[in-house]
Design a protein around this ligand. Structure first.
Ligand code: FMN
Length: 190
């Protein structure tokens, strides 16, 4: 697999969950929004894109926060024994996250975004999906990567959760705000 350098480390923003010890359903503040933008981001790149999607859709932003945050050593893909390597080699790995179960009653569309790790979504994304009931919602994937496409990660999520309506979104590497807005218009979700 073509491993590329982790994309530029963007400044970590202040997603509303960042300061919360445990995010719960009460964190879904935009109660009338039908769109939820869930993301995991280890180094800030996916977070930036997630914020742009939330802005463009008026959706609620929700950050998946690992119980134990990933250190640089954890993210070292050159090390076959690093935490990320071990987790990604184990399809059943489900690292704990701080977020509790969300009340998704009012939500119709869920964007779910992540960095590509070994062509896949990081396992904390599975933890989030396992912890929540996404049945009946449209789930749209998006990612950032060093060059890999979103295809492998979406295919695996579909295989793992055949009961869910998972729509393959896009890898939004280096996309401008207006490109992201056009992509969302094409999805025709409203
Ligand atoms: C453990 C690990 C594995 C990765 N594997 C891939 C990969 O298979 N293909 C790829 O294009 N990029 C890979 N990358 C690069 C990230 O997908 C990319 O830098 C991403 O934009 C980081 O997003 P983030 O800042 O939101 O964490 C990997 C990065 C890490 C840390």
């Amino acid at each position: 697999m073509n491993k590329l350098l982790v994309g530029g480390i963007a400044l970590m923003g202040t997603a509303f969950t960042s300061c919360a010890g445990t995010a719960t359903e009460t964190d879904l503040r935009k109660e009338d929004s039908k769109v939820l933008v869930v993301y995991y981001s280890a180094t800030g790149t996916t977070e930036k894109v997630a914020k742009e999607i939330a802005d463009a859709t008026g959706g609620t932003l929700f950050e998946i926060i690992p119980e134990q945050e990933y250190t640089a050593a954890d993210l070292d893909w050159h090390d076959g024994n690093s935490r990320s390597s071990l987790e990604m080699n184990d399809m059943s790995s489900r690292p704990e996250i701080r977020n509790g179960k969300l009340n998704l009653d009012s939500i119709e569309t869920i964007f779910i975004g992540y960095p590509i790790w070994w062509d896949q979504a990081p396992r904390v994304v599975n933890t989030f999906i396992d912890n929540n009931d996404l049945k009946g919602k449209k789930v749209i994937t998006f990612c950032t990567s060093g060059g890999s496409s979103i295809d492998g990660s979406t295919a695996t999520l579909r295989q793992t959760y055949p009961e869910l309506d998972i729509v393959q979104g896009a890898c939004l590497n280096r996309k401008s705000k207006s490109e992201i807005e056009s992509w969302i218009k094409e999805l025709n979700i409203n």
